[in-house]
Ligand binder design. Sequence first.
Ligand code: ADP
Ligand code: MG
Length: 414
Amino acid sequence: MDLRAVRKIKSDENTSKASLAPCLHGNTTQPNVAGTEVIDAGAGLSAVRRRAAAVCFAMLICALLSICLSACGAGGGQRLNRYSAQYFDLFDTVTVFTAYTSDEEEFNRFAEEMHEEMVVYHRLCDIYNDYEGINNIKTVNDNAGAAPVQVDERLIGLLEEAAGLCKLTDGAVNIAMGSVLSIWHDYREAALADPAQAQVPPMELLKEAAAHTDIADLKIDREASAVYLADPKMSLDAGAVAKGYAAEMVCRKLQADGLTCFMLNVGGNVRTSGRKPSDTGGGFLRFGAADSGEAWSVGVQNPDTDSREAYLHTVGIADCSLVTSGTYQRYYEVDGVRYHHIIHPDLLMPWNRYASVTILCEDSGLADGLSTAVFNMEISDGLELIESLDGVEALWIYPDGTEERSSGFAAYEQ
Ligand code: ADP
Ligand code: MG
């Protein structure tokens, strides 16, 4: 996640309220944006792909599909329709929300609730922009070494989770690496603006910044709902966990408010709830007991984005998340070497050991954090960690196309 680019999207928001309106379409088993029922599980989109996706989504805005499926179970079962909406103003990526509801009005209500909550998380996690009346991570960073900052309890929850993930992964994902990550961010942005001048940041500069990344200096006071960075040169960057954590929290809220069957895809960070009502043939869907119906098919993106094959695998998941971290999502090149956006905490450089790491587990926040962390681990350490966690599976794809799986991953493959 790169919140700096959000500014562009936000300016659209300021000038045109309409651009915030979801793109709504009723849907059958017709192909969705990804071209099949499968939804892209790549955690982000490269700049080019993002532009293409934006065009594609813009076209979809015009496509209000009139086909609306009635779900009519035996014995007067629940009638459900499938709806989908896209958003462009969250976490610098495209968000797709799909749900089965009784009617469009019900869908709109939940979609609005989802969007409002996600906007809150988006703003709380922003490290580049201030928002009136909100203390966010930028505010916390601006006050490093100076004063504790009072924040919304939702941000406290996210930071606690992120600190826990840092501990669990022995620092392989560390939101306190903001000082190092911002250097890479600036060099990447400069390189993308002027590829001929692309440079790798000097190691001295990176090392100097790395002296200010101790997660122990992140002081969270839950009772006072306050956060303090004890090192004045430290800064937070929640990019590795924010989308997943937000998706998880919003998913739970929607479930608590009565929505059972939906998928929230925040730039490839996919969280599903419930099983999809089955197509009974003849265009009707049947929605019986909560555990009936089909799993959601989610694709594992091919890291080779030049390939015609968009997905290497599809997995069937219900009440589960699928999240990928990969080298193809955000990167620049110097002398033919790719420098992507996941920074190894010891090397202080992007590590090209894997092309992507995909995590499958229920909790989307855990999946997001682990996808970044395991990407930075040797295969033996990553496998050991994944196997030690209940209900968590992983797929590693190497640059040469070879793969490694945790013991239970294949059981989800379709
Ligand atoms: P994406 O956000 O593209 O889905 P990730 O979940 O892997 O992909 O997160 C990558 C983002 O996390 C980077 O853009 C950067 O902001 C941040 N990041 C990169 N390396 C690390 C790391 N070792 N620890 C914590 N955050 C990181
Ligand atoms: Mg992640």
